[in-house]
Design a protein around this ligand. Structure first.
Ligand code: PHE
Length: 408
């Protein structure tokens, strides 16, 4: 597998903050969200198709300074997220991003007004069916010019979105209001801030419809239920969370809000106002595909990966009940002999994760010719016997080619 260019063997200084583990390091650069056919990739593409005229960004290094992850986004110095118990540090000066918002200032500074960014993010957490210390987020943002030009653009866009949504099977519950705890920002013209907030809500309601309308039998009689809730983030005001009612439960899908003026200031962007959101890809994929355990996304097992077709949402079929599939291979050893480990490595290369187990079940020496024969039993975790046969015959030819054995 090719890893991106920033994954290079490098030595970093360690200090009293260092808490990154080998298990976490092994995940760096894997980029599940770029693997063709992976459910996270399909969900990412679905979000990107909803924002088709946005810049689609995805190759940012997960190693960031705490300044980038926190200070640039106005997190207070004593924010709990900074603690070594909550975040992974290489050392005091370098950490793994805890959210895709870490790249907001950088991307705004590059001049992007409409963008989506997909990346792996890292948080120290317990490991269970719905938590994993590495997961994937998508950040999205849109900026408008302040003043009459921006207001015109906003009004036009809002009218189009509103009309499109009114025709759809969606029921939106929004009891949020502007309060002293969740206000428009002082620096903003309240009319503009209101129009941006409306644009944020309409854009994300349309996204929810795109993501979930096909799932769970949404119809006129059974519309998609979306709920807006007031929230707090240090880098947006007002701030909200969006929840979707799915299989009897309200599920939190994303956080969002009107971008803090200070964020744009740090990016040296002036005369603009806009919104941003951050959503978790695993959560959405688990819902859409009925994937019961977040750890499955990391599986190299063909029984996981082979279930998915690029661009298609399908219902995941649990596979733990597949029976073992044993295949034997017997051969005469070459005069130089052959180590068990050589056989195992060859099987690993040819059969990859299909082979669960390799065991030598017999050794025998011909009394007259003195030639030695061995038998290995390979257990293929496979969907079908035909598939196992196919791989097994490749293992056999490779044994002949590579080690000059004679199959019996
Ligand atoms: N970064 C926030 C999180 O991870 C989500 C968010 C993104 C909120 C953008 C507001 C704006 O929870």
């Amino acid at each position: 597998m090719l890893r991106p260019p920033w994954v290079v063997l490098r030595t970093y200084a360690t200090d009293d903050h260092t808490n990154i583990t080998p298990a976490i390091i092994s995940k760096l650069g894997i980029q599940l969200h770029s693997q063709p056919g992976h459910p996270l990739t399909t969900v990412k593409n679905l979000v990107e198709s909803q924002f088709s005229d946005y810049a689609h960004l995805s190759s940012f290094s997960p190693l960031v300074t705490p300044a980038k992850n926190f200070d640039e986004l106005s997190f207070p110095p004593d924010h709990p997220g900074r603690a070594v118990t909550d975040s992974y540090y290489v050392n005091r000066g370098l950490m793994l991003r805890t959210h895709t918002s870490a790249h907001e200032v950088e991307v705004f500074a590059q001049g992007h007004d409409k963008w989506l960014l997909t990346a792996d993010v890292y948080r120290r957490d317990e490991i269970d069916a719905s938590h994993f210390p590495v997961f994937h987020q998508m950040e999205g943002a849109r900026l408008f010019p302040t003043g009459s030009r921006g207001l015109q653009e906003l009004k036009k866009d809002n009218a189009i979105l509103e009309k499109a949504l009114s025709l759809e099977n969606i029921k939106i519950e929004d009891n949020t209001s502007i309060t002293p705890e969740n206000p428009y920002q002082d620096v903003h013209d309240p009319y503009e801030a209101q129009a941006v907030t409306t644009n944020l809500k309409l854009s994300l309601n349309a996204l929810m419809l795109r993501l979930f309308a096909g799932a769970g039998g949404i119809s006129r009689q059974n519309p998609l239920h979306v709920r807006w809730i007031e929230a707090f983030f240090p880098f947006t005001s007002p701030s909200y969370e969006v929840e979707v009612f799915f299989q009897g439960k309200w599920l939190e899908i994303l956080g969002c809000g009107v971008v803090r003026h200070s964020t744009l200031d740090r990016a040296n962007i002036h005369g603009k106002i806009g919104w941003a959101f951050g959503l978790g890809l695993e959560r959405i994929a688990m819902i859409l595909y009925s994937i019961p355990d977040i750890r499955l996304f990391w599986s190299n097992d063909a029984r996981f990966l082979s279930q998915f077709t690029p661009g298609k949402i399908s219902t995941f079929q649990p596979y733990s009940k597949y029976p073992p599939c044993y295949k034997d291979v017997s051969f005469w050893l070459p005069p130089t002999g052959l180590h068990d480990n050589d056989v195992c490595d060859l099987v690993r290369v040819v059969a990859e994760d299909f082979a669960e187990n390799v065991e030598r079940t017999d050794s025998f020496s011909h009394p007259k010719t003195k030639r030695n024969s061995v038998c290995y039993r390979i257990n293929y975790r496979s969907l079908s016997n035909a598939e196992a046969n196919e791989i097994h015959s490749r293992v056999k030819s490779r044994l002949v080619e590579q080690f000059g054995v004679e199959i019996r």
